[in-house]
Design a protein around this ligand. Structure first.
Ligand code: GLN
Length: 247
């Protein structure tokens, strides 16, 4: 919070949401995740603002939570270099600030990833996972059953990635795949989606993810402001219903 002396969600405090590197990371509307977080707070009367961090500035370690979106291979390399040079996000995670990482950001925050051109790039190391090119892109709608405690509702989103991700022992899967590929194609009933490690939640789901999965949005927010009042938004329920029934 901008003013932590007023308490979580207090009238004089503003929750500050870091939108990390939208100039290079943020395909398929992923920047909308920050907007969803902000609006779900504001509709409950909690002040919130988005702080946009571009390649022109270091990532501040003082924000309340962070979102970082997907990207093509070249753009995600620029982001990786920036995050390694200016380790504000790493410091924020060390103190437990929630981070939502989408698609390329899963890969960037991992140990290393190999681009479609075969170049291996060292990642930020916040997630114990590695990514290598798959024979074909994973493209399409995904449904996944969450494994992260606090989540009960089926996760919905769409994926579009060439990289296939393998989790190491420090990371746990966000969800079990019901439909689509998730982290890696060809895993059948063993397929998993996303990764969770410490305060970082990572997923291949675009959508934007938090517009389709409000329970995940509120889980991240509750880690900042504490328990949240219920928020009934019929249009969000309708969107979920449409996406969950889409075949
Ligand atoms: N460039 C990465 C891949 O293809 C991530 C793509 C994305 O973020 N949509 O695997």
């Amino acid at each position: 919070m901008a003013d932590s002396t007023t308490g979580a969600g207090g009238p004089d405090s503003t929750v500050r949401i870091g939108l990390v590197l939208p100039d290079v990371m943020g395909t398929y509307g992923d920047n909308g995740n920050a907007v969803v977080l902000r609006q779900r707070l504001r509709r409950r009367g909690i002040a919130a603002q988005i702080v946009t961090i571009t390649l022109d500035e270091p990532v501040p370690d003082s924000l309340d939570l962070y979102t970082i979106g997907g990207a093509e291979d070249y753009a995600q390399r620029l982001a990786t270099r920036h995050l390694l040079r200016h380790p504000g996000l790493q410091r924020a995670v060390a103190r437990g600030a929630p981070v939502l990482a989408i698609c390329a950001a899963v890969q960037v925050l991992g140990q290393w990833y190999e681009t479609a051109a075969g170049e291996r790039v060292d990642g930020v190391g916040l997630l114990d996972l590695t990514t290598s090119p798959q024979p074909a892109r994973s493209i399409g709608e995904v449904l996944a059953q969450p494994r992260l405690p606090g989540l009960t509702e089926t996760l919905t989103g769409f994926e579009n990635h060439r990289g296939g991700t393998v989790l190491g022992p420090q990371a746990t899967a966000l969800a079990a795949v019901l439909r689509g590929d998730g982290n890696r194609a060809g895993q059948g009933a063993e397929g998993v989606e996303g990764a969770v490690q410490g305060s970082v939640v990572a997923t291949y789901l675009h959508g934007p993810c938090l517009a389709r999965n409000p329970q995940l949005a509120d889980l991240l927010l509750s880690r900042v402001v504490g328990e949240l009042a219920p928020l009934k938004l019929p249009e969000v329920a309708l969107l979920r219903q449409e996406r969950l029934s889409a075949r």
